[in-house]
Design a protein around this ligand. Structure first.
Ligand SMILES: *[C@@H]1O[C@H](CO)[C@@H](O)[C@H](O)[C@H]1NC(C)=O
Ligand SMILES: *[C@@H]1O[C@H](CO)[C@@H](O)[C@H](O)[C@H]1NC(C)=O
Ligand SMILES: *[C@@H]1O[C@H](CO)[C@@H](O)[C@H](O)[C@H]1NC(C)=O
Length: 400
């Protein structure tokens, strides 16, 4: 398999003992990936927030539990069960995982980290990155697994401003980034008090897929890919999580389409407490249940204006992708997603219903900022963003 590596860069990946992978963000997704990596023979260290969490982890026997809920519903589960030991019906455990907490003295560097998976929520990523930044160097690789867009840009802005300046001094500290997107459903169960029922256990509820690509360096000329990046891609692509590796322009296109679907479907469903299918009702007269003509017309007009706005932002921000991101193409994609997930409740609706902070900052908020940066007005996204912020505030900050 070729990852577009420079010649000669991939020699040492066959060495006998695989290198350790650090995982920061022990939520449902982080634990799922960490457990599968451990199962495939990789040494794993979880970076936990506190020493108390490390103690709980050690007390629980240094392992991550995975409950394969998806196998209950999966039509070809026998096939999976036969071919993959991780797909048994019973919960399984990835044993012998290490855990560390940040040292009290944040200025002490700690040992270098060559391979890091950052699986925190988008809104926690900058703080999480800050806690490990001094342990990363140009030979390190960081995998970002956040929903939404703009996390990579935020890290660059915050920690590596103005890469051009680095040309004068050697850029010794900027790691290679791999961007990932995950559609596996997973969650950690909570008990009635809202506490985590089981520590370090993740429920794999729906079988999806993962896609990864190396994000091209902003440095000019770009440095050769470090060995850690090639090894990380090898490790990820061996997991039994339907993983594919692609190039950045392919992944970028898919992320932009997904962002458009999330930006149009999620806020409206979150604000009105309805399932995704209501966003793209079948036209009146089609053989499904009768749909009110005005409802059809207004949803249709909402989707067209939202998609036209997103396409206009993309056209300025990513002109090279414009032929694939026309208003029409975006609207077709969004409609397709609303139909295929018709009976689902969007993640933003689930967040709002649970009184949690949503990812709107990284979805509509990202589009508004991108529009501002490129001089494209964003009335639709600004309104959606504002209403979701209002919804969040009314459910957990302010009392009137
Ligand atoms: C990137 O991947 C896509 C899809 O696999 C492919 O069509 C395209 O040619 C690739 N582009 C480059 C620059 O390799
Ligand atoms: C975004 O949309 C995709 C479908 O395109 C969905 O699988 C995913 O859960 C959504 N993400 C968020 C954060 O809503
Ligand atoms: C939608 O819901 C179905 C059934 O509840 C589930 O299997 C599927 O994974 C969900 N899809 C998304 C994108 O969340």
């Amino acid at each position: 398999m070729s990852f577009g590596a420079p010649a000669g860069a991939s020699q040492s990946t066959t060495s006998s003992s695989p290198s350790r992978i650090h995982v920061l963000g022990a939520g449902a997704v982080g634990l799922l990936i960490a457990a599968h990596l451990r199962q495939s023979g990789r040494p794993i260290t979880l970076l936990l927030r506190t020493q108390a969490a490390v103690d709980r982890f050690l007390h629980g026997g240094n392992c991550i539990g995975v409950v394969n809920d998806w196998t209950k519903a999966h039509p070809t589960r026998r096939l999976f069960l036969a071919s993959d030991p991780c797909a048994s019906l019973a919960p399984w455990k990835a044993a012998d995982v290490q855990a560390e907490a940040p040292t009290a003295d944040s200025s002490s560097r700690g040992p270098m980290i060559s391979r890091l998976i950052l699986a925190t929520k988008a809104q926690d990523t900058l703080h999480a990155y800050w806690s490990v930044k001094e342990r990363l160097c140009s030979q390190s690789t960081v995998v970002l697994l956040q929903n939404g867009m703009g996390v990579y840009e935020a890290i660059q802005r915050e920690f590596y401003p103005s890469p051009q300046q680095h040309q004068k001094e050697p850029a010794t500290d900027i790691p290679t980034f791999i961007i990932g997107t995950n559609s596996h459903g997973c969650l950690r169960c909570q008990n009635e008090e809202g506490e985590k029922e089981e520590d370090f256990v993740t429920h794999h509820t729906a079988f999806g897929s993962c896609l990864f690509a190396v994000r091209p360096s902003l440095l000019n000329p770009p440095p050769a890919l470090p060995e850690s990046a090639l090894d990380m891609l090898t490790a990820l692509s061996s997991l039994s999580l339907d993983v594919s590796i692609t190039n950045w322009s392919d992944l970028h296109l898919r992320l932009l389409l997904k962002l458009a679907a999330n930006a149009t479907i999620n806020p409206v469903t979150a604000l009105t407490d309805c399932r995704n299918g209501y966003l793209a009702p079948p036209p009146p007269g089609s053989d499904s249940q009768c749909v009110d003509q005005d409802y059809y017309t207004s949803m249709h007009s909402y989707l067209s204006s939202a998609c036209a706005e997103i396409s206009a932002i993309y056209a300025r921000a990513h002109p090279h992708l414009h032929s694939e991101l026309t208003a029409r193409a975006i609207e077709d994609y969004v409609t397709h997603i609303a139909h295929t997930t018709a009976r689902n409740r969007s993640s933003m609706l689930q967040d709002v219903a649970a009184g949690r902070q949503t990812e709107v900052e990284w979805i509509n908020g990202y589009l508004v900022r991108l529009g501002q940066q490129h001089g494209v007005p964003t009335p639709v996204n600004t309104l959606l963003y504002t209403l979701v912020k209002l919804k969040e505030a009314s459910s957990h900050h302010t009392k009137y």
